[in-house]
Design a protein around this ligand. Structure first.
Ligand code: FPP
Length: 251
C-alpha cells in the first residue's frame, strides 16, 4: 500500500512539524536491542528481530515525511567481536528483511543502498544487497542507506587508500585535495552530511559512526530502546531539530 501524502504542517502528540524544515538526511544508531530482550528474558537475537519492526515503521514514516536519506547503523566493523551465533543471526535477519520488505520498499519508490565494506559479509547478503541496489537504483524516493560492516575510521582509511592510488597514477593532483574531494572518496560520496544523528537507548557516544560526515550534525539521544522507538519519537527528534539554531560556526 502506498505511504500517505504529506501535508504542510502536521501535529503528532504535542509535536508540530514544519514540513518545510524536514531534515534531508537522518542517521540512526539503532541501539538497545540486546537490553530490550534481556529485560524480557529473551535471547538477544529476539531484540534484533523486534528492531526490524521499528525499522519498518521508521522507514515508512521517513518516506512519508519526505526525508531524502535515512542511514541506519546496522552492523559496525566492531560488531564482528560479538558471539558467532549473534553475528550469524544478524546476517540472516538482513537477508530476511531484504526479501520480505523488498516489494513494499520498491513500490514506495525507496532506493536501497549501503555504506561499508560489504565484501566481508556472507555471499548471500552480498547477493541480496546487489539485487536490491540494481532493482531500486532508478527509484526517486527515500534513499535507505544501510551501514553494514561500516566504521567511520575504516571509511576514512578506505578513502585514503583510494586517494593514494589516484595520486600515484596521476588521476588526482595534490592541489585538488580539499574537504569536498575527501568527501567524494568516502562511502557516503554524493550523499549530504547527516542533519541529525539519533541514538536511542541512553548511550551518548558516536561509536565510530560517520566520523567525518557528522562535523555539523545535530545529536538527539533518548532513553527509549530501539525496539520501542516509534514514529512519535522520530517526530519528537525532528521537532527538536527544527527548534535548534544551526550556526555552522557562524554567529
Ligand atoms: C545495537 O543494539 C544493534 C545492532 C548492533 C544491530 C542492529 C540490527 C538490527 C536492528 C536488525 C538487522 C538490520 C537490518 C538492516 C535488517 P545492541 O545489540 O548493541 O543492544 P544493547 O546495547 O542493548 O546490547
Amino acid at each position: 500500500m502506498p505511504f500517505k501524502k504529506k501535508k504542510r504542517k502536521e501535529k503528532s502528540l504535542s509535536y508540530e512539524l514544519d514540513m518545510n524544515l524536514i531534515p534531508k538526511h537522518i542517521a540512526i544508531i539503532m541501539d538497545g536491542n540486546g537490553r530490550w530482550a534481556k529485560e524480557r528474558n529473551l535471547p538477544r537475537t529476539m531484540g534484533h528481530r523486534a528492531g526490524i519492526e521499528t525499522i519498518r515503521e521508521i522507514v515508512k514514516e521517513c518516506s512519508r515525511l519526505g526525508v531524502k536519506y535515512l542511514t541506519l547503523y546496522a552492523f559496525s566493523t566492531e560488531n564482528w567481536k560479538r558471539p558467532t551465533d549473534e553475528v550469524n543471526a544478524l546476517m540472516k535477519l538482513l537477508v530476511e528483511y531484504l526479501k520480505n520488505e523488498f516489494d513494499e520498499l520498491h513500490s514506495n519508490n525507496v532506493v536501497i543502498n549501503s555504506i561499508g565494506d560489504i565484501s566481508r559479509l556472507p555471499l548471500i547478503c552480498q547477493k541480496e544487497l546487489e539485487n536490491a541496489y540494481a532493482r531500486t537504483n532508478t527509484n526517486s524516493g527515500l534513499v535507505l542507506n544501510l551501514a553494514l560492516n561500516y566504521g567511520g575510521r575504516d571509511d576514512i582509511t578506505h578513502a585514503f587508500k583510494k586517494m593514494y592510488k589516484d595520486l600515484k597514477f596521476g588521476n588526482l593532483m595534490e592541489n585538488d585535495i580539499c574537504e569536498d574531494t575527501i568527501s567524494k572518496y568516502l562511502y557516503t560520496a554524493g550523499i549530504p552530511d547527516p542533519d541529525i544523528i539519533i541514538r536511542p537507548s541512553g548511550e551518548q557516544r558516536l561509536s565510530n559512526f560517520l566520523l567525518w560526515q557528522c562535523a555539523y550534525s545535530e545529536f538527539w539521544v533518548s532513553n527509549i530502546k530501539w525496539p520501542e522507538f516509534k514514529k512519535e519519537h522520530l517526530h519528537q527528534a525532528i521537532s527538536d531539530y527544527q527548534n535548534r539554531d544551526r550556526r555552522f560556526g557562524g554567529i
